[in-house]
Design a protein around this ligand. Structure first.
Ligand code: SF4
Ligand code: SF4
Length: 663
């Protein structure tokens, strides 16, 4: 005979404002097997947990139902409390009467009725719960960091500092990411390269760090503590181990008209190239789309000038496989494509540039050696208009609904640097509002306005029109003065919204992690677990999780590293015992379950069965690897013969809940 305790939480007024908590406790007290039913202000508090623990001991409970918030929040809390009172933790059930009830209803009577129904379903389920024991799985003491920007570099350095081996996989020929393209950083105006390149060098020289540049993650299998990752090392047609980075090949290569990605296409590079002077690794890469040798079989100059014998036109993509205990995603961001923004003439006028392009135009290693010149005629611009929120905070399908967070500050930086270096240049900034919530950020913005006389105008730019005399007509509204403006600018700079890197979505599928509707990775909990994904062993670093500036990115990168280290220091981890198992007598070996299992947990074995006539028959049946199974339940739904079931969420348990709800 079951002896069940029910504990109903008020959650302050979170639940109690909409649900009559005492009525719920009273109603559930009459359910079969329930020997105690109580309500309490904060069930998750120490005194609330003690209430549960004492009741387990006093009433010799065999099952516990807590009617409270989502199990994501406190299931573990109550399982631990039950275990400390001697009850198997898997004999605890949570009825979510907060997120799924009080928060979404207004009418107290109907919310109370629903809370009682949810409580009854949990009581019905706990009747069929049986004790489960978690197994152990060893942890591979090596981490993978996907993305080699400042986020990935910082995470890798911190993990390496703790003594663990860590691999960085970077899709580009060099690590460094967006920060390598930036000239100065706000609000300190220190040189980005001066603070980034020592970290890049440190990462390349650290004995615990292996950098796989020009590489991509091709496949991920496994689970927390034991991932197997296939890495595609793309052919760069140069032997990395031989190339000395002398750059002679790049000087001699005759294909000199290839748009230079590092300088945002504002100048050209050769078909064989080293992205920038401080690249890590500093080795050449041949772009097969523009190399005459690779496309037409003619040329071969780079091979003939390379004294190191590093050129290898026959090099092919190759794959390596490595095991990892933890994976950190640091795939970063990109500015959005502005093709749809005809009103800003971005595709029509070379002097309408994005902020990242302006970074390169102002950079000493950029196309003009650091002198700010218009791309069209290489003249010095005397009037520059900055347009904020291009594609950010949009309610149309062209842009993004969110604030890109960094644009207000980098525009203040650009405006200030231009006014400092070229005091004869007038700078206008059109903004919706200026957002400066970081440390020393507002002071920085005010310096731009007060000290550098940047004209900040609250208003929208309606149209940008290139004129035949080389000027650009900027038509805008000044919302405070309530007037229309026409500015004849020499350059227009668009603060393009940022979005997650395009590789993020397929990567999330491989990692079975969640993303939001904007393709940013979703954290396990926005406040309490901000650097963990909902998939165990996968951590989030930097702008892959949401727009961030450099200090925030570095802070989150170190936090993600700390979480990964917390996992790597363990020799083994406790496995979830709520895993699938097949009834071999019912299984007909049809493969339906194997096809749907996203974790590859199901294999088939030949099993001998004794037949009624005493002969032995061999049948193929499904077998679940409990260390790999994540308990998603997909196989139980796919199994046509009902042979596959899930411990802790069995078909009979779920049907008993449905029956309780429908009664
Ligand atoms: S491929 Fe050869 S020539 Fe080119 S940078 Fe490397 S070592 Fe120098
Ligand atoms: S529950 Fe089934 S489908 Fe899901 S991971 Fe386990 S074996 Fe695979």
């Amino acid at each position: 005979m079951k002896r069940i305790g029910v504990f109903v939480c008020h959650c302050g007024t979170n639940i109690a404002a909409t649900v009559d908590v005492k009525a719920v406790a009273e109603a559930l007290g009459h359910e079969p097997g329930v020997v105690i039913s109580q309500d309490y202000q904060y069930m998750c508090s120490e005194s609330g947990q003690n209430l549960v623990k004492n009741a387990i001991k006093e009433h010799n409970l065999t099952g516990v139902v807590v009617c409270s918030c989502s199990p994501r929040m406190h299931e573990n809390t109550f399982r631990k409390a039950a275990a400390s009172a001697g009850l198997n933790p898997y004999l605890v059930e949570i009825a979510n009467i907060r997120e799924q009830c009080s928060w979404i209803h207004k009418d107290i009577a109907s919310a109370t009725e629903k809370a009682i129904i949810l409580g009854k379903a949990a009581v019905a389920k706990v009747h069929l719960n049986s004790p489960l024991t978690a197994g152990e799985s060893p942890v591979v003491k090596r981490a993978l960091v996907i993305g080699g920007g400042i986020a990935g570099i910082q995470t890798a350095l911190d993990i390496a500092e703790a003594g663990f081996d860590v691999d960085i996989v970077e899709k580009n020929p060099t690590i460094g990411g967006k920060m390598a393209q930036i000239d100065k950083t706000f609000p300190t105006l220190d040189c980005a390269a001066c603070i980034l390149t020592p970290k890049m060098v440190e990462a390349s020289q650290n004995e615990h760090i292996t950098i796989h540049s020009f590489s991509e993650v091709a496949d991920v299998k496994g689970f927390v503590g034991n991932f197997t990752v296939k890495i595609k090392k793309k052919a760069r047609f140069v032997d990395e181990t031989k190339c000395t980075g002398c750059g002679l090949c790049t000087e001699k290569c005759p294909m000199k008209k290839v748009p230079n990605e590092f300088n945002m296409g504002l100048d050209n590079r050769t078909a064989i190239y080293i992205p920038f002077a401080q690249a890590v690794p500093k080795v050449a890469t041949i772009d097969p789309n523009h190399c005459m040798m690779l496309s037409k079989g003619k040329c071969g100059i780079c091979s003939s000038v390379c004294s190191a014998g590093a050129i290898d036109y026959k090099q092919e993509d190759r794959f390596i496989e490595q095991k990892y205990g933890a994976i950190v995603v640091a795939t970063g961001f990109n500015p959005i494509n502005l093709d749809k923004y005809d009103e800003f003439a971005y595709n029509q006028c070379p002097d309408v540039v994005t902020s990242l392009e302006l970074e390169r135009l102002m950079n000493a290693a950029g196309p003009n050696g650091g002198t700010l010149l218009r791309p069209s005629d290489k003249t010095h611009p005397h009037k520059i208009v900055f347009v904020q929120c291009v594609g950010s905070r949009c309610d149309d399908s062209k842009g993004k609904p969110y604030c890109s967070k960094i644009c207000c500050m980098y525009t203040a930086k650009h405006a200030m640097l231009i006014r400092e270096k070229y005091p004869d240049t007038e700078v206008y900034v059109f903004y919706i509002d200026v957002r400066t919530p970081g440390k020393n950020f507002d002071e920085f913005y005010r310096r731009a306005v007060e000290q550098y006389n940047v004209h900040y105008i609250k208003g929208m730019v309606g149209k940008v029109t290139p004129r035949s005399d080389g000027k650009i007509d900027v038509q805008a509204s000044d919302l405070l003065a309530n007037e229309q403006l026409h500015i004849d600018a020499d350059m227009v700079v668009l603060a393009a919204a940022i979005e997650p890197d395009k590789t993020a979505r397929p990567l999330a599928t491989m990692l079975t992690t969640q993303m939001d509707t904007n393709d940013f990775f979703t954290e396990a909990h926005p406040k309490l677990r901000p650097v963990e994904s909902a998939t165990a062993g996968i951590f989030l670093s930097g702008a892959c999780q949401g727009p961030k500036d450099i200090p925030e990115t570095v802070a989150q990168a170190s936090a993600a590293a700390a979480k990964a280290i917390g996992l790597l220091v363990k020799n083994s981890i406790t496995c979830n015992p709520c895993v699938a198992h097949s009834d071999e007598l019912m299984c007909n070996g049809c493969s339906s379950c194997e096809k749907v299992c996203p974790y590859g947990a199901i294999t088939y074995i030949d099993k001998e069965f004794k037949m009624p006539d005493r002969t032995i028959a061999v049948r193929r049946v499904a077998s679940v690897n409990p260390a790999v199974c994540q308990g998603c339940g997909a196989c139980t739904v796919a199994c046509p013969s009902g042979a596959m079931d899930l411990s802790g969420f069995s078909n009979s348990q779920i049907m008993s809940e449905v029956d309780a709800i429908c009664k």
